[in-house]
Design a protein around this ligand. Sequence first.
Ligand SMILES: NC(=O)c1ccc[n+]([C@@H]2O[C@H](COP(=O)([O-])OP(=O)(O)OC[C@H]3O[C@@H](n4cnc5c(N)ncnc54)[C@H](OP(=O)(O)O)[C@@H]3O)[C@@H](O)[C@H]2O)c1
Length: 245
Amino acid sequence: MNTTWIILGATSAMARAFARRLAAEGAGLLLAGRDMAELTLLAEDCRLRGARLAEPLTFDARDAGGFGALIARLETEEGELNAAVFAGSMPDQSLIDADPALIGGTVTDSFTGPAHFLQLLAPLQEARGGGTVVGVGSVAGDRGRIGNYVYGAAKAGFHTYLSGLRNRLTRAGGHVVTVKPGFVDTAMTWGLPGLFLVASPDAVAGDILRAVKKRRNTIYTPFFWRYIMLIICHIPEPIFKKMKI
Ligand SMILES: NC(=O)c1ccc[n+]([C@@H]2O[C@H](COP(=O)([O-])OP(=O)(O)OC[C@H]3O[C@@H](n4cnc5c(N)ncnc54)[C@H](OP(=O)(O)O)[C@@H]3O)[C@@H](O)[C@H]2O)c1
């Protein structure tokens, strides 16, 4: 059976690594994002690696008017339809503190834009009796902290949305994998101070693909972040509110 993936935010370093792994398995890839020149190069690379189909498409999380065309394009592909969301943005928290107008865009990029798209896709997946959704959240969504609490709140919202979508799609034979990465070496973290245990995008992509095949519900990647976050989430609030981590 044909398998087609639409990858939202396909220019992200993690998404590129994920797309290359899917290409090697012969999947069909719709590579969606804002930078058409980069997406065209990525599509060429994926075709060379064995993708049955690799096509660049425009996706801007802040322009829901464009989502219908993507759904219509997906509809023309036979077989299983899957989606992976890598889109997201993390403006410096100090910039948001200075200009609260930045909150809307951050939440749209990391939560409501992708969720809007997935809501349009869900009936199609249900009608086909299956399909997988991968949603990339973040450990930042597990507990709000001073350094990135707006981004963290957007990711927490996305985690909750994915949990509900999993409930819904499970009933139709589908599946949703929530991915919570720790620090990953990508454009988003470039130059940020204080990072530790930084993972490579390819290692994260490998974890995601394994989670898809095993139909895992929620993964931390690398795995040890589950334990780091367990500790962080159990720090009593009177202590946590005075910490800067
Ligand atoms: N790096 C980390 O340590 C880390 C940790 C936890 C979670 N994450 C999450 O992992 C995902 C991938 O991020 P990354 O680390 O690979 O960083 P990245 O390279 O900056 O990727 C972010 C992606 O989001 C896209 N994007 C941003 N705003 C968008 C919009 N309005 N419409 C469509 N696409 C938009 C970017 O597209 P353009 O190329 O057009 O800008 C890019 O493809 C993100 O959701 C991020 O929050 C990252």
